[in-house]
Design a protein around this ligand. Structure first.
Ligand SMILES: Cc1ncc(COP(=O)(O)O)c(C=O)c1O
Length: 445
């Protein structure tokens, strides 16, 4: 075996076999995983070593927002690596300085100080520490339909069933219901949802709650777009009770929803914001936690008790700057809005045509389809936290047809890179349409 180059010296089968033997795949029993071997990627596509092409309709893990293999970012990484790949976090570097200043420009309101991490989970770990130090309180409110990361604290914040294997988690986390209750029960009104939240805050003891963490648009747990007034209502409750609002923008940030940050749709300024994924489009790993000036000022005289060897990693900061320049140069935020409108109509077409489509939701290029057995009962196509033969068949069909996306429970996602063209969107939806024909037929049988 020769050393690796841009193309693989190993076959796809060899890569999978050796990876399965010596590496651990996440969230899975190892005997069950069937990874796709990936050799290269460009734009919205990636290829196996044997040259099978996939449309990346999930931007890998909802992170390669600018698309694969952008030469401007590759060049910036190469140039930075040649000059200074790393300086320790007690040093100050130009990429670090410039990135902090740039994010202060892009993030809402007076958020203007950032602590850099390796990814989203660590950003959330630091967010809850910051909320606790700043308020002197302990508890954190989080939502059941949420994912905040795989480390101990972030796992405890997470509401979805991935949390269960990590319990008991860190103390002090209170989970609350989202305004969405699944395809059969549907949505609360804004007033109902806010009244429930306020009652919970009162019953828990408002003065014990440091922060409320939320994905303004919930990602993996179903692209849940809050009803009108909900975000503003949460902001008002946090203000009323002195609770810090923490917006987890790890998945929904950086143009995914057609704004820089999803919370911008409601003109709400959180006290703390966390990000990763689209920040570098995953070319190099980087996360960040940003805070409003009043919180940053707290650390003028109080020690910031947090650290990471790779905090403010020079190469990663340079990569983020180059990535942000691509969003700006190519107008990708606006493009996500425009292509998002096209995707919304393609999703509506699916719902119109296929009896198995129970609901579609999207905002920008962040979309989901919920499948049901029956439009009248709205029985989901797979149970909560489970799968079914129909969902498995659909997943296999997508894979055979070269469409990569997440199929989870009774849902699948439509989250392409923001550089996607209308023609490419239509190509992907044509595959989805054919796959759903098969599902409809399975229901008829
Ligand atoms: C909303 C949200 N927060 C946090 C995370 C965790 O980020 P990471 O995997 O980079 O630690 C994710 C990852 O999917 C996420 O979707």
């Amino acid at each position: 075996m020769t050393s690796s180059t841009a193309t693989s010296a190993m076959t796809g089968e060899e890569i999978v076999a050796l990876s399965k033997k010596h590496t651990i795949f996440e969230w899975s029993a190892q005997s069950k995983v069937e990874p796709i071997p990936v050799a290269r990627a460009k734009g919205i596509y990636f290829w196996t070593p044997e040259g099978k092409r996939f449309i990346d309709f999930n931007s890998q893990l909802m992170c390669v927002n600018i698309g694969h293999g952008d030469e401007r970012v590759v060049r910036a990484i190469q140039e930075q690596a040649a000059v200074l790949a790393y300086a320790n976090p007690f040093m100050a570097t130009e990429p670090r300085a410039r990135l902090g200043a740039k994010l202060a420009e892009l993030t809402p309101g007076d958020i203007d100080a950032f602590f850099f991490t390796n990814g989203g989970a660590e950003a959330n770990e630091n967010a809850i520490k910051i909320a606790r130090w700043f308020t002197g309180r302990q508890k954190i409110v989080a939502f059941y339909r949420s994912y905040h990361g795989g480390t101990a604290g972030a796992m405890a914040l997470t509401g979805d069933p991935r949390r269960l294997a990590a319990e008991p988690g860190i103390p002090g986390v209170i989970h609350v219901l989202n305004p969405y209750h699944g395809i059969q029960r549907g949505w609360d009104t804004t007033a109902q949802a806010l009244a429930y939240l306020e009652e919970t805050i009162q019953l828990e003891g408002a003065a014990t709650i440091a922060g409320l963490i939320m994905e303004p648009v919930v990602g993996t747990n179903g692209i849940l777009i809050p009803p009108d007034g909900y975000m503003q209502g949460i902001r008002a409750l946090c203000d009323k009770y002195g609770i810090l609002l923490i917006a987890d923008e790890v998945m929904a940030g950086f143009g995914r929803t057609g704004k820089w940050f999803s919370i911008d749709h409601w003109n709400v300024v959180p006290d703390i914001i966390t990000m990763a994924k689209g920040l570098t489009s995953a070319y190099v790993q980087l996360g960040a936690v940003g805070m409003r000036r009043k919180i940053a000022d707290h650390f003028r005289d109080n020690v910031f008790f947090g650290g990471l060897t790779y905090n403010s990693h020079t190469l990663a900061c340079a990569c983020a700057l180059a990535t942000i320049a691509v969003y700006e140069e190519d107008g990708l935020i606006e493009r996500a809005q425009q292509m998002g409108a096209v995707m919304k109509s393609l999703l509506a077409d699916l719902q119109h045509k296929h009896p198995s489509v129970g609901a579609v939701r999207s905002i920008g290029l962040f979309g989901v389809v919920e499948l049901v057995r029956d439009r009248k009962t709205m029985e989901p196509m797979a149970p909560f936290n489970g799968t079914s033969p129909e969902m498995q068949t659909l997943g296999r069909y997508f894979r055979e047809e070269g469409l990569y996306t997440f199929v989870r429970w009774n849902t699948f996602f439509t989250n392409p890179p923001l550089c996607i063209t209308e023609e490419q969107l239509r190509e992907a939806f044509a595959i989805i349409d054919r796959g759903l024909n098969d599902v409809d037929r399975m229901l008829d049988a």
